[in-house]
Write a protein that binds this ligand. Structure first.
Ligand code: G1P
Length: 292
C-alpha cells in the first residue's frame, strides 16, 4: 500500500504546558534539540510520505516558519562555516510544494481537525500523526504501520496496552482475533470509563486510514466530550473494511503530559551518541542522591 500523504493536527491549545505554550505552539516544544512536530514529520518521511498536511489554528505560525527557509540564519551559518548546523537546518525542510496548511477554524475535536484536510487528502489512503505521541523505535512506527496496512489491505491504528485505570484517556479497542502483533478491531470506543472499557488496548496517535473515513466525519456527530471524534468515525468503518491494531515495536512517550515529556527528554538524550555519557553520569549521580 502506498501512503503518500500524512495529516498532522496541530491546532490544539496545549493548556497543560502553560505558561510555556502561551506564545509557542505546543508542537514546537523541543525534545533535546528538535521540536516535537519535526520528529513526527521525519517519521512520516521515513515511511514514504511525500505530502505533509498540517491542520493548524490561531497562533501556530511558528510551525510554518520552522518548515521554511530562514535565509538570514542560513547565510550567517554559511559565512561562519557552520556546515553541520546548516545541513541539519536544511534537512528539516520539505521540498517546495510538499507542505500544505489548512486551518481548523473552530476547536470541534480531533475528528473535525482531520475532516478539515479532506480536500487536500482526496481519495487515497493517508496517515494521521499526533505529535504529542513520540515514539522511540529502531524502525519508525509509521513504517511498521505501512507494512501492516500493506499486509492487511486496510486501516491500521497503532496500539499498546495501558493500565485499566487509564482507559478514559484513550480510544479503546474491542478486540477480535489477536496474534499478539496484529489485533483485529471489532469495535472502538473513545475514552471509556475503566468499568466499561472493552479492553485495555489503546489507540496511540498514529493512524493509517482509508478515505471513506471522511464520509463518516462529515456527518459531524458529536461524541465523547461533545467533540467530533476520529474514533467514532473509524468505528463506523469496522465490518466494511479490514481494520487492525498494530502493537508496534518501540517505546511511546506521552509528550502532552509533563512526566511523559521529561521521560522522553531523558530517553532521547540517552539515545544520542553526543549526550549518552554525560547524561548517563548525571542520572547515576542523582539516582544515588535520591536513594540516600
Ligand atoms: C486522542 C484520541 C484518542 C487516542 C489519543 C492518543 O485523544 O482521541 O482516541 O487514544 O489521542 O494519544 P487526545 O489525547 O487528543 O485526548
Amino acid at each position: 500500500m502506498r501512503v503518500r500523504k500524512a495529516v498532522f493536527p496541530v491546532g490544539g491549545l496545549g493548556t497543560r504546558f502553560l505558561p510555556a505554550t502561551k506564545a509557542l505552539p505546543k508542537e514546537m516544544l523541543p525534545i533535546v534539540d528538535k521540536p516535537l512536530i519535526q520528529y513526527a514529520v521525519e517519521e512520516a518521511a521515513a515511511a514514504g510520505v511525500e505530502e505533509f498536511i498540517f491542520v493548524t489554528g490561531r497562533g501556530k505560525a511558528a510551525i510554518e516558519d520552522h518548515f521554511d527557509h530562514s535565509y538570514e540564519l542560513e547565510d550567517l551559518l554559511s559565512s561562519r562555516d557552520k556546515r553541520s548546523e546548516l545541513d541539519a537546518l536544511r534537512a528539516a525542510i520539505p521540498d517546495a510544494g510538499q507542505v500544505a496548511y489548512t486551518r481548523q477554524q473552530e476547536p470541534l475535536g480531533l475528528g473535525h481537525a482531520v475532516w478539515c484536510a479532506r480536500n487536500l487528502v482526496g481519495d487515497e489512503p493517508f496517515a494521521v500523526l499526533l505529535a504529542d505521541d513520540l515514539i522511540l523505535a529502531d524502525t519508525p512506527c509509521l513504517k511498521q504501520m505501512v507494512d501492516a496496512a500493506t499486509e492487511t489491505k486496510g486501516n491500521v491504528v497503532a496500539v499498546m496496552d495501558v493500565s485499566r485505570e487509564h482507559t478514559a484517556r484513550y480510544g479503546i479497542l474491542d478486540v477480535g482475533r489477536d496474534d499478539g502483533h496484529l489485533a483485529e478491531v471489532r469495535g472502538l470506543v473513545e475514552k471509556p470509563d475503566p468499568a466499561v472499557a472493552p479492553s485495555t488496548l489503546s489507540v496511540i496517535g498514529r493512524y493509517i486510514l482509508m478515505p471513506e473515513v471522511f464520509d463518516h466525519l462529515g456527518k459531524m456527530e458529536p461524541g465523547a466530550g461533545g467533540e467530533i471524534q476520529l474514533t467514532d468515525a473509524m468505528a463506523k468503518m469496522i465490518g466494511t473494511q479490514p481494520f487492525h491494531g498494530l502493537r508496534f515495536e518501540g517505546e511511546r512517550f506521552d509528550c502532552g503530559d509533563k512526566l511523559g515529556f521529561l521521560q522522553a527528554t531523558v530517553a532521547f538524550g540517552l539515545a544520542r551518541d553526543d549526550l549518552r555519557e554525560g547524561l548517563g553520569d548525571f542520572l547515576l549521580s542523582i539516582t544515588k542522591d535520591l536513594q540516600k
